[in-house]
Design a protein around this ligand. Structure first.
Ligand code: RAM
Length: 374
């Protein structure tokens, strides 16, 4: 049920309660029939309001209709996150439509949003292809009474009610910087192979990495030579990897904070026996063949987060927004099923977020175990 409808019902119920109060002390009605009709109406309205309150109190999410929007089709990352999101919502009695834009751009997502707003959705949960470009469209959705949450990649603070941040922006950036430092042996050239140049999440991680490096002398001997963009497309990411190696023959490490980019680079580096090593954010299932110690493997270790937790927490946060349990305000708490209680905290961009947990490290020792999960 849409929030506006819930509010309207509560208002009607409150008005009915007030009227009932007045009526009992100074009733002017003389017709029994009218009184009975009024009483029946009041009972119905109060019951409806009670049902709504009860739904909120018990956290019942039944009947919610949610749209989940990824960055682009054909990316296993979103398919994995969507699977848990959908099963979580369905277990609570709701339904989810998973929708992908034609490409990983803001324009393509705006087309998707246009279509969704004209339908009867209670909520849209999206991973943003751009920080600011979706604002007008997402505000339009919120004005239409649709709850707007985001996961993985946040649109700006005005464009959303809440952001589910998988592992904390600084925590991810610190893990990546330390991995580059370690794999490079503390000095030398390294490059970033990112997703699209507009991607909110990759840009936030890259900015945080640059800040960490700029403010700590430990990293003074690392030279970031280029930030390349593979647009979360396998072929383009492969081409960009090849170009980086050609342009920087002494390149020691590539850091790819994208599951598509890291998998493409891992294959290219390993197939070509490159001495350049790789780290970043990857899916264990896509990285298993390339993760290992020694010259035969391109990736010593890499990171991601709990993918099932991401899908599930995003689902619970979205459902809690719809039924009014949370509004997305700082300090609110709610229970995300078996994941337990979460508190809404301040995000780096001035909006609010819910941080799922810490980054997970995948090594030659544990990659196979995680590869079975995602
Ligand atoms: C890609 C996407 C996604 C990001 C992961 C790490 O699949 O760009 O948004 O979180 O990589």
């Amino acid at each position: 049920m849409k929030r506006k409808v819930i509010s309207a019902l509560l208002c009607v119920a409150m008005a009915a309660t007030l009227l009932a109060g007045c009526g009992s002390s100074s009733s002017t009605s003389t017709s029994t029939e009218t009184e009975e009709a009024e009483e029946a109406e009041e009972t119905e309205e109060t019951e409806e309001a009670e049902e709504t309150e009860e739904a909120e109190a018990t956290g019942s999410y039944a009947g919610q209709k949610i749209a989940l929007v990824g960055k682009s089709a054909g990316n296993a990352f979103f398919e994995i996150a969507a699977a848990t999101f959908v099963s979580t919502v369905e277990a609570e009695g709701g339904t989810v439509d998973v929708v992908y834009p034609e490409e990983a751009t803001a324009d393509a997502q705006i087309k998707v949003l246009d279509n969704l707003i004209s339908q009867d959705y209670d909520a849209i949960c999206l991973s943003a292809n751009d920080t600011n470009a979706l604002q007008a469209k997402l505000e339009e959705a919120m004005d239409a009474g649709i709850a707007v949450s985001s996961f993985d990649s946040a649109p700006n603070a005005d464009s959303r009610q809440i952001f589910v941040n998988q592992a904390g922006t600084t925590a991810v950036a610190q893990a990546l910087v330390d991995a580059v430092y370690d794999i490079a042996g503390g000095e030398g050239q390294w490059a970033i192979l990112s997703a699209t140049s507009q991607a909110s999440n990759q840009n936030a991680w890259i900015e945080a990495m640059e800040e960490i490096i700029a403010n700590d002398d430990t990293y003074a001997d690392l030279e970031l030579v280029e930030i390349a963009y593979g647009d979360d497309e396998a072929q383009k990411s492969t081409d960009q990897t090849e170009a980086l190696l050609q342009n920087y023959p002494d390149l020691k490490v590539i850091c790819a904070p994208t599951t598509v980019g890291i998998a493409a680079a891992a294959k290219y580096l390993q197939d070509n026996g490159s001495s350049c090593k790789l780290t970043g954010l990857g899916l264990p299932s896509e990285m298993e063949a390339y993760t290992g110690d020694g010259d035969d493997y391109s990736c010593p270790y890499f990171y991601l987060w709990d993918m099932e937790g991401l899908g599930s927490l995003s689902a619970y946060a979205t459902m809690a927004l719809v039924n009014g349990e949370i509004t997305g305000a700082l300090g609110e708490t709610f229970t995300a099923g078996d994941l337990g209680e979460y508190t809404i905290t301040e995000a780096d961009d001035g909006g609010t977020e819910i941080v799922l947990g810490l980054p997970l490290e995948f090594t030659p020792e544990n990659v196979s175990e995680y590869a079975e999960l995602y």
